[in-house]
Each structure stands twice: as structure tokens, then as C-alpha cells.
Write a protein that binds this ligand. Sequence first.
Ligand code: DC
Length: 223
Amino acid sequence: MAINVAIDGPAGAGKSTIARRAAASLGFIYVDTGALYRTVGLYSIRKGYDTKDAEKVNSTLPDIDIKLGFSGTEQRVFLNGEDVSEAIRTPEASMGASNVSAIPQVREFLFDLQKDIAKNNDCLMDGRDIGTVVLPDAQVKIFLTASPETRAKRRYKELVEKGSDVKFEDVLDDLIKRDYQDTHREIAPLKAADDAVLLDTSELDFEGSLNAVLDIIKGKINK
Ligand code: DC
């Protein structure tokens, strides 16, 4: 049976960087499920649709084919054959992803894709509802968090390093807004599974967070 590790938590908690490195160290694939919601959002944005308009967003689903590719442990995401791994990383795509992720049909549309990957691969999957909805039977569940200011600082640094011309206040505002949307939506809201291990990384640097995550995983799977 494949080993599944679920890592959930709010935006900017460091999930993706930590999960990617932890997966590499364990020899598992890393699945970033946020990329799937971002891709659905990107398609609607490109069409000029309001990503909060469920009817419009749902009308796009039959036209969307999403595939994940893995080179080593690195994930690439393809939208109808186009590699959109970079295009989905803009602040606009982040908010679009949060908007479309509140639509039940979108969650349903992406569910099987996530399940299939987890069934066939030892993987570390990160998102918002992995431990609660997508992989309720995952052998390891971690809920990773940090204070909003710490998370906004990390996100800001990441965006600036990529050459983005953003303001810190806007990043913090966006993050607080997204947290609110993600935790208050009716379907699959962001919350820790009852059996998840909680890890607050506010006071930890990257290596400290990574080691804490690896310790939790290794403790559960005896690796
Ligand atoms: O992890 P991220 O920032 O790339 O996610 C983008 C948005 O997608 C996030 O605001 C909420 C949504 N999301 C979700 O609802 N469920 C997931 N499993 C992953 C992401």
C-alpha cells in the first residue's frame, strides 16, 4: 500500500517548500494540490470570468484537462497541454484559486485526480482538506501553521525574489482575506483533522521546520 502523508494549513505556512524538501528526503513524490485550484482559477481569469461566479466557473470544467507531471520530486502542472506552473503563481491567480475552491463542483472535479495519485504513489500531499476529505486514511497528517505576519513576510520575500513588485501590506491583506475565505467556506473548509499533529512554525526557521516535519513523519512510518 502506498504511504500517504497529508499536510494541511493556511496560505504561507511554508507547506510547499517544507513538503517539497521532506518528500525529496523520503523519496516520495510531492503533490501540491493548491496548483490544481490555481489552474481552474487561471482558466476562468483568462476567459475574463469572475472567479466567484459559480455558474461561469462550472461552465469551464468540461473544457479543462489538468495533468500533473513529476520530474524527480518536482511537480509541473499542465492545463490542456500547456505548462502553467509559473502562470498560476501570481497574486491574481492566488485569489482566483481561493474563489473557485469554494465551489463544490470544482472540488468534486479535482477529487479523483488527487485520490488516484495518492493511491498509486508514496506521496506527500499538501493543501487545505487533504487530511479531512481527500485522504482521511493517510498514515500521517500534519497541520502546519504560523502567525499571519510571519506567513505574510515569507510570502512577500518569495514574491520579491521572483521579481514581483508587491507591497507588504497588500500581501498581508490578501493572506488574511484568503484565510477567512478558506476557513469559512461551507464545503471542505480549512481545518485540522482530529488526528493531525499540529506544528506552529512561527518561531522556527526553515531547517527547524523541515526537521520537525521529518521527525513527525518518520515517527509514524518508522522510516
Ligand atoms: O496552497 P495554495 O496557496 O496554492 O492554494 C491556493 C488556494 O486553493 C487556497 O486559497 C485555497 C485553495 N485550496 C483548497 O481549497 N484546497 C486545497 N486542497 C488546496 C488549495
